[in-house]
Design a protein around this ligand. Sequence first.
Ligand code: ADP
Ligand code: ADP
Length: 228
Amino acid sequence: MITMKDIHKTYANGVTALNGVNINIDQGEFVYVVGPSGAGKSTFIRLIYREVKPTDGTIVVNDTDLSSLKEKKVPFLRRNVGVVFQDFKLLPKLSVYENIAFALEVIEESPRNIRIRVMDVLEMVGLKNKARFIPDELSGGEQQRVSIARAIVNRPKIVIADEPTGNLDPDTSWEIMRIFEEINAKGTTMIMATHSKEIVNTVKKRVIAVEDGLIVRDEHRGEYGYEA
Ligand code: ADP
Ligand code: ADP
C-alpha cells in the first residue's frame, strides 16, 4: 500500500527533514506518527500525497511509484489519498455542501451522484443539517468534520491527517477520533500525525516515532512515548 525505501528529503534551504526512512504500511492499517516538533513528521506525511518530493529514495503508494510520477498524474494519486489538516483549509466563501461537492465536480461526477455522495458523507460526520452553512458559522470541531467529509467523499484508499486535533478541545478531539476509527473500520488506511498523548495511549494503534529525520520506533499498539 505505502512503501518507502531509504527516503531522504533536503529542502531548498539546505534543511534535511528526512534522512533514510524505510517503512511499509498495509491496506487497512491505522498508524500514528509521533515525535518532537521539527522531527520530520509533516514531511513524511506530505511525501505520501506528493506535496513533497523526495531528494533520494523510492516511495510507492497504491502501486504507483511517486518518484517517477509525472506532474499531470498527481491529481489521480490525490483521488486515492484524502487529506485532513490541523487548520481545516476549507474555502471560506463556499457552503459546507459546496466545499465537499468541489472535490467531485473536478472529477466530473454527475450532479445526481454528487448530491447523493455529499449528503452521504455529511450524514456520516453528523452535519446533514448544516449543509448550507459557511465555515465561519461552524465551530472548530464542525469545520474539521466538514474537512473529513471532503477528504473521504472520493472514497480514497488512504486518509492522511496532519495534527487534525491540534486546534480542538479534548471532547471535540474524541469526536474526530471516533470518525477516523469509523473510516478505518471500513477498510481505509489511516495515517495520523499527532501530539495527543492521551489519544495515542487510549486508542491503541501502530505507532511510528520520527526523530531527527529517522524512524526510531515502530510498534504495534504502541505508546506515545513522550511527555505531553
Ligand atoms: P514536524 O512535522 O515533525 O514538525 P517537519 O517535517 O515539518 O517536522 O520539519 C522537519 C524539518 O524540515 C524542520 O527542520 C523544518 O524546519 C524543515 N522544513 C519543513 N518544511 C520545510 C520547507 N518547506 N522548507 C524548508 N524547511 C522545511
Ligand atoms: P506548501 O507546499 O504547503 O506551500 P512549503 O513546502 O512551500 O509548503 O512550505 C511552507 C512554507 O514554509 C513555505 O513558505 C516555506 O518556504 C516555508 N519554510 C521555509 N523554511 C521553513 C522551515 N525551516 N520550516 C518550515 N517551513 C519553512
